[in-house]
Design a protein around this ligand. Sequence first.
Ligand code: TXA
Ligand code: MG
Length: 346
Amino acid sequence: MTLILKVDPSNPDKSAIKTAAQIIKSGGLVAFPTETVYGLGANALDGAAAKKIYEAKGRPSDNPMIVHIADIKALALIAAEAPPAARKLADVFWPGPLTLVLKKKKVVPKETTGGLDTVAVRMPDHPVALALIREAGVPIAAPSANLSGKPSPTKAAHVIEDFSGKIDCIIDGGSSRIGLESTVLDLTSEIPTILRPGFVTPEDIKDVLGSVGVHPGALGAVGEQNAKSPGMKYRHYAPKAKMVLFEGAKDKVLARIAQEAAANKGKRLGVLLFDNVPEIPKENKILVGAGASGGVETQCRIYDALREFDARGAELILTQGIAPEGFGLAVMNRLRRASGYNIVKV
Ligand code: TXA
Ligand code: MG
């Protein structure tokens, strides 16, 4: 049985948080909302509890998890050292969608870090997540709360779809504001390097640190050897349908999508767009992002759209690529991987 607790996202009920925190403290699994995506949480300091997450997700056990904290003081508990860069970034971006990879302390079990001697840490910007971590009194390890390989969850219904009956508790705190996972920044390498792009952009980090590297895996396929972040080497975020991503100048991309949509009329079609293509019927398309391409500022509903196409039984998904700049870098990282690198340059 999975307990479902519906709470007010901005002011969660104390007794609901207590109940969920008790489950974390006793080694159980609780899915909870964050501003990026929903997380599937367990006590990060309890190896046996962390192990349950891998089993529930069907996640390879070498793929480390992000440890969520609610107070900057908790950093000293889990990280062996916090370089000045970590302090500066935490000052500017926490709570928020930035994850820092640091050398870990012994108390963090290898189950949580997938056997690595580093730990990824983030302070989420969500009242429910923060209240849960505080009440549990321990840092919470949480990957995105989706079955391994599926699109990440941005609302409780997605988590229920994947985990109903398989985990102890799901806190329903509405839709995730950002809708895409956090930026993962490695601070253990010589040059701070973005391993996974997210809402906090390379430019944002450069403004604070002066310089930042972006791992080549952020946009292209990576071989096992180059996968600095184990999560890079697995196919991810994928809908059931075949997905094709069109990249190039906006006008050309939109014209080509209109053409392909017309040619595939006989199929159950899903078209994911940042800009409207009027020729494509309403029932076939979902418009995502806060506005036109390049203007993806807040809500990014790409995961939501991919799950929606699955639910409608789409056979083919056509997708508009956007410029991989700013937040667009993160969007394109997810779309390329979701398509299995099925990319058409136009
Ligand atoms: O926004 C988010 O980051 C969400 C919410 C729940 O906080 N969490 C999330 O977790 O996306 P997950 O497990 O789906 O992705 C974590 C990523 C993976 O690519 C993993 O390989 C990488 O972070 N990672 C975790 N620990 C690492 C470490 N010690 N070194 C390098 N990469 C690490
Ligand atoms: Mg994930």
